[in-house]
Design a protein around this ligand. Structure first.
Ligand SMILES: C[S@@+](CC[C@H](N)C(=O)[O-])C[C@H]1O[C@@H](n2cnc3c(N)ncnc32)[C@H](O)[C@@H]1O
Ligand code: SF4
Length: 372
């Protein structure tokens, strides 16, 4: 029989209830696994006897393994290659910051620098955005709740994770129930991350945005808008046909009315596609009545054959100036990290070559060597 991850919370809870075991023991088990993912169930003292036989017959501490880790040359970014029990691989990326200095400078700090973990929600993605490496893989499968949470467990052994962004492989709102359950776990014992430190990024799945605030209050919502008008959006993001801009904007207004939270707007700057003054003006008008922070993202190349190039620095600056000065919209320009290990936004794709390189160059033997 297939063993399940201990972090597949609802399966575990149901099994406990069916066996008449008090579910209050569950967080204790998670805590132990977080401390030692290789633990034997018998090492967790004071569980009822029935719990040990249930755990031994149906659950494993972790269903995935940390296959390899690649570090950027500046030690700021690490890319984790995680092998799922199906044999498929996903990637997660750690980005280190130091709150006193902004970006991490690579020097050791007591307690380690605060880190953000970029997690994957699917193997591949069916939305097919033309600028995204994951989109080029097509959809392979959804991650389970346990497989999402386990990325945090693996990363926590390497770094002090304080923030989570769902900006890895996949469209999180296309895997809604696993996403909701995973975030609920991440925000309770033993992880206890603040929901305000968790950001879900979506291409704009309207029906899911409409229920998100109800299911996960206080979360940060980031929307990959990338164009201020429907026809450009459709050209670069096929999903825009199913979720038209007008309906998306209605959903964002409703979300903001209910949540009273600002929304993060992601906008990749693509040379000659969406980066002219006209589009800056259109974007300013579109967002004028929402409270947003716009994040202009330099396009990360996804191979030599890409049809896109990133906008010039001058164009990005001018775009930012229009949004700031004419429309009074807070606008930042993202500093990309981890490009030398293909760990930047939109660059995650697991190829056969990645798997081979990972096995031959960086086998994971001693986790302590990796801790920052
Ligand atoms: C990979 S997606 C995952 C989350 C979700 N599916 C989404 O589209 O928002 C995370 C972010 O990366 C951006 N992205 C994708 N490909 C990119 C690229 N080549 N360069 C820069 N950003 C990219 C996406 O548009 C999105 O804002
Ligand atoms: S940008 Fe997001 S939605 Fe689009 S293909 Fe990539 S992962 Fe999927």
């Amino acid at each position: 029989m297939a063993y399940r991850s201990i972090f597949d919370a609802s399966a575990l809870r149901t099994e406990f209830e069916n066996a008449g075991i008090n579910p209050q023991f569950i967080p204790l088990i998670w805590k132990k696994v977080l401390q030692n993912p290789n633990c034997k169930w018998e090492e967790i003292l004071s569980l009822p006897a029935a719990a040990y036989s249930l755990l031994n017959s149906k659950f494993v501490p972790l269903s995935s393994t940390l296959h390899s880790v690649a570090h950027s040359t500046d030690a700021v970014t690490s890319k984790l290659l995680v092998k799922l029990k199906s044999g498929a691989f996903v990637e997660a990326v750690i980005m280190r910051y130091d709150s006193r200095k902004g970006q991490y400078d690579g020097k050791p700090r007591p307690g380690g620098p605060r880190s953000t973990l970029c997690v994957s929600s699917q193997v591949g993605c069916k939305m097919g955005c033309k600028f995204c490496a994951t989109g080029s893989m097509g959809f392979k499968s959804n991650l389970s709740t346990g497989e999402i949470v386990e990325q945090l467990v693996h990363a926590s052994r390497i770094s002090n994770i304080r923030n989570i962004v769902f900006m890895g492989m996949g469209e999180p709102l296309n895997n809604y129930s696993a996403l909701v359950e995973a975030i609920r776990m991440m925000t309770t014992f033993p992880f206890q991350l603040s929901p305000k430190k968790i950001t879900v990024s979506t291409v704009g799945i309207v029906h899911a945005i409409n229920k998100l605030h109800h299911d996960l209050p206080n979360l940060n919502l980031a929307v990959s808008l990338h164009a201020p008008v429907q026809d450009i959006r459709c050209q670069i993001m096929p999903a825009a046909r199913a979720f038209p801009l007008e309906k998306l904007m209605d959903a964002l207004h409703l979300y903001q009315k209910n949540s009273q939270q600002k929304i993060f707007i992601e906008y990749i700057m693509l040379d000659g596609v969406n980066d002219d003054e006209l589009q800056a003006q259109q974007l300013g008008k579109l967002l004028e009545t929402l409270e947003v922070v716009v994040n202009l993202i330099p396009f990360n190349p996804i191979g030599s054959t890409s049809q896109f190039r990133t906008s010039s620095e001058a164009k990005v600056k001018y775009f930012q100036k229009v949004l700031r000065e004419k429309y009074n919209i807070r606008t930042t320009v993202r500093k990309e990290m981890g490009q030398d290990i293909n760990g930047a936004c939109g660059q995650l794709v697991v190829s056969e070559q990645d798997k081979l390189l990972a096995t031959s160059t960086a086998p994971l033997t001693d986790i302590e060597d990796l801790r920052f």
